[in-house]
Design a protein around this ligand. Structure first.
Ligand SMILES: *Cc1c(COP(=O)(O)O)cnc(C)c1O
Length: 382
């Protein structure tokens, strides 16, 4: 059979009717240990929960299929997945990191890995010359994220993957914002994809999880998996079950959420109290053409600048009634967030942040777009 479409993979990926009971939905398998045969063997290859578990295996299989990879590893969080990637580097290695990557991973590098005899360069990956110049003889990793957070900057992923491979460097893309519904970094040439499954994969803001999917079973990916099961940064069976349950509706959720986001972006773009809208689906967006080229939809995240300053932006966030004032993203309910205040909170003393003070980020949910627009309209008027 021909390789299947994303909607079909989302519904069926990793599922198998339970042999013991004929249950259509795989049961949650909580056992930490498995019985050996008389000869000492493990006929089902499950041995101990930290090493493997049926729910985790099903989710990893589904994630690999969704991203078009050969295998996946599911972690206790997106940050745990990132941490394992850096642990898989060796002392003295150099990594080039997108300068606008997810803040939590930026802070992880600054607080944990700066003391690990690893070298990091933070580079604007939309500038390919800058990327080429940053490459050293000990560069082992290039880390991209597109669209980025919270400015929704677009990186030319094909070009970054080409440069990586010309220099024999492993490249990884954080695909949390786009999801495989809209973008598949592995088919654009990337070696690894990272997800915070806490976001769109789980999709209901009630489970934490992370994943790495590999295009090929490289020694680097094998090392990531060895470090993972050795340290135990694995996703618990119940969480695996919840994420997989969320994935079943991934495609239909994302398609509708992206439609809502496009309508909201167009509304904000015309609004007199809005200075600018960051959404790759708008033709005026700097990365629109590249986005059109490498994505088949523009996602459901956007941000906008309120005319005036921090106070005016805070007032809009204070006045919304339908949007929830919350961090994170990817749930069925819409969120609004003043990013600068949360980023300042986690920044080290004296460290500056680049997010504008008048920026609000929206995670567009599944409400009716007219209701969401009406809410923003009244919040901007008051
Ligand atoms: C949330 C997020 C992460 C971190 O994931 P957790 O599950 O919160 O640890 C990484 N990358 C992006 C883009 C995210 O939005």
């Amino acid at each position: 059979m021909k390789s299947k479409h994303i909607e079909t993979i989302a519904v069926h990926g990793g599922n198998a009717v339970d042999e013991g009971t004929k249950a259509v939905v795989s049961p949650i398998n909580l056992s930490t240990t498995y019985e050996r045969e008389a000869d000492g063997s493990y006929p089902k290859e499950f041995l101990y929960q930290r090493l493997n578990n049926p729910n985790r295996q099903a989710l990893e299989e589904c994630m690999a299929q969704l991203e078009g990879g050969v295998g996946g590893a599911c972690f206790s969080s997106g940050n745990a997945a990132a941490m394992t990637v850096f642990q898989a580097l060796k002392p003295g290695d150099h990594a080039i990191i997108a300068d606008d990557l997810y803040r939590g991973i930026y802070f992880q590098i600054g607080t944990v890995f700066k003391d690990w005899n690893l070298e990091f360069s933070f580079v604007d990956l939309s500038d390919l010359d800058q990327l080429e110049k940053a490459i050293r003889s000990n560069t082992k990793l290039i880390w991209a994220e597109s669209p980025s957070n919270p400015l929704l900057k677009i990186t030319d992923l094909r070009a970054v993957a080409d440069i990586s491979h010309r220099h024999n460097i492993t490249c990884i893309a954080d695909n949390t914002f786009a999801t495989p519904v809209f973008q598949k970094p592995l088919t654009l040439g990337f070696d690894l994809v990272l997800h915070s499954m806490t976001k769109y994969m789980g999709g209901h803001s009630d489970v934490l999880g992370g994943a790495i999917v590999a295009k090929e079973a490289t020694p680097f990916f094998e090392r990531i998996k060895r470090i993972q099961v050795s340290g135990g940064a694995v996703l618990a069976p119940f969480s695996c079950y919840l994420v997989l349950r969320g994935i079943r509706t991934l495609a239909v959720r994302l398609n509708q959420q992206a439609l809502n986001a496009m309508e909201i972006a167009q509304f904000l773009n015309e609004h007199p109290k809005v200075e600018a809208v960051n959404f790759p689906g708008l033709p005026g967006h700097k990365g629109h053409d590249i986005a059109k080229n490498q994505m088949c939809g523009f996602g459901a995240m956007l941000s906008f600048l309120v005319k005036g300053g921090e106070q005016e932006a805070m007032k809009v966030a204070a006045n919304v009634q339908l949007f929830t004032r919350a961090t994170s993203l990817g749930g069925v309910e819409s969120y609004i967030e003043h990013r600068a205040s949360i980023e300042k909170k986690s920044a080290k003393k004296g460290e500056s942040i680049v997010t504008p003070d008048n920026l609000l980020r929206l995670s567009t949910g599944l409400e009716n777009s007219h209701d969401l627009i009406a809410d923003l309209e009244q919040a901007l008027e008051t």
